[in-house]
Write a protein that binds this ligand. Structure first.
Ligand SMILES: *Cc1c(COP(=O)(O)O)cnc(C)c1O
Length: 402
């Protein structure tokens, strides 16, 4: 009996062939595969531009830099996320300001965002938790009203959709109601490149900024050169000015956050399967919902008519107090049945670093903390068979004696 983790990648022979082909090609990095992956990702999501980078965290970092976040700026985000979300604000010298979550969607609460607006707030970074789209159109209205940059952390939500107020289905990643959207291709996410991430945007200015930040702050684009004298020489053959071919300029302090061609080849191959990956996750969630809805002390994720979750996670709320089991014992019981589970997440404001630096404490975000006390994510990934799902359900019900 194999161990069923809470999440894992699905790699097939096609993926392996794609990587081998990249290894045999002329380009290991900064070649045609990166450009192709970016084009396919942007087209899939319905955004104009995609910038592929070395991780979701790197994507968040350069998105915050492109947004102009600096010392003294505040950025509103959710306490229920991976620490990378708010850390990206800290990298830029900004201050993450948390707004509590909604008790049903587990996404940032729009009314709570409004309460946190000050003259120091520069941006909002909502997270589409577990793959369920947040109230992006409402949040966009707040951002526009106050002149704030809006960055979606969609690391959970590739392949998710919401019904827009105009009545059409919009894909997460389209950035139709934000400035930028961030994705991750870590192995537990919907598609993987080993490590990897991307920023999607429809804004040409941000796109150019992101391209520079990804690669040392350097540009080789002729039209953006600032030192024209150094950039151009006189050609005695053509009798006119021509660009110096070796020339490049560094405009700001960037990083080496590039994705390789090897990784991009895997990304291209994975992206071909995204719809079936998401569909399988939705099927599993449906099965779980049916099975868990009748169990006392268990609350499964709601299904919304106007939102299609891509189910990066399947978060259950379990009333461990009433159940008479501690969560740790519960996890241990599942493990005995060779089933993994995980808690998503310890509220970020309760991390010692955040407590020490900003004075956050227990009780600051009550809904997030109540959520944390009950949350347990059950296994969900596209490679899970029906038999795997049944094994999880059986073990789970065994613990409840139902
Ligand atoms: C995975 C994840 C990240 C970070 O992505 P990496 O690719 O692991 O750096 C950021 N935010 C959220 C919500 C994530 O789930």
């Amino acid at each position: 009996m194999d161990f069923i983790p809470y999440g894992r990648q699905s790699i097939d022979d096609e993926d392996i062939r794609a990587v081998i082909e990249a290894l045999r090609s002329d380009w290991l990095t900064q070649g045609p595969k990166v450009i192709e992956f970016e084009r396919l990702l942007a087209d899939y999501c319905g955004a104009k531009y995609a910038v592929a980078v070395s991780s979701g965290t790197a994507a968040l970092h350069i998105a915050c830099l492109a947004a102009g976040i600096k010392e003294g700026d505040e950025v509103i985000t959710s306490p229920i996320s991976f620490v990378a979300t708010s850390n990206s604000v800290l990298y830029c010298g900004g201050k993450p300001v948390f707004a509590d979550i909604d008790k049903d969607t587990f996404n940032i609460d729009v009314a709570e965002i409004k309460k946190k607006i000050t003259r120091y707030v520069k941006a909002i970074i909502p997270v589409h938790f577990a793959g369920l789209p947040c109230e992006i159109e409402e949040i966009n209205k707040i951002a526009e009203e106050h002149g704030l940059i809006l960055i979606e952390d969609a690391c959970h939500a590739l392949g998710a959709k919401w019904m827009s107020q105009s009545g059409s289905w919009n894909k997460i990643g389209s950035s139709s109601h934000s400035d930028m959207t961030v994705m991750s291709f870590h192995p537990v996410k919907h598609i993987t490149t080993g490590e990897g991430g991307a920023v999607l945007t429809n804004r040409w200015d941000l796109y150019n900024s992101l391209l520079k930040l990804r690669s040392h702050g350097i540009t080789k684009r002729i039209e953006s050169f600032r030192n024209k004298c150094a950039a151009f020489g006189y050609s005695s053959i053509k009798k006119k000015e021509m660009p110096n071919q070796w020339y490049y300029e560094m405009h700001e302090l960037g990083f080496n956050y590039r994705l390789t061609d090897i990784q991009s080849a895997l990304g291209i191959s994975q992206l071909k399967k995204i719809d079936s990956f998401v569909y399988r996750r939705q099927e599993i969630a449906e099965q779980y919902n049916n099975e868990f809805s009748s169990i006392r002390y268990v609350k499964h994720p709601y299904k919304y008519n106007a939102k299609q979750s891509s189910y990066h996670l399947y978060p259950l709320l379990i009333d461990f107090k009433k159940l008479g089991f501690s969560r740790n014992e519960f996890i241990e019981e599942l493990k005995k049945n060779k089933i993994g589970s995980q808690v998503h997440y310890i509220p970020i404001h309760l991390q010692p670093f955040y407590r020490d630096k900003f004075g956050y404490k227990e009780g600051d975000f009550k809904i997030a903390e109540a959520f944390y006390a009950q949350e347990l994510s059950m296994p969900i990934y596209s490679g899970m068979s029906d038999a795997d799902v049944e094994r999880v359900v059986k073990a789970f019900k065994g613990i409840f004696n139902v």
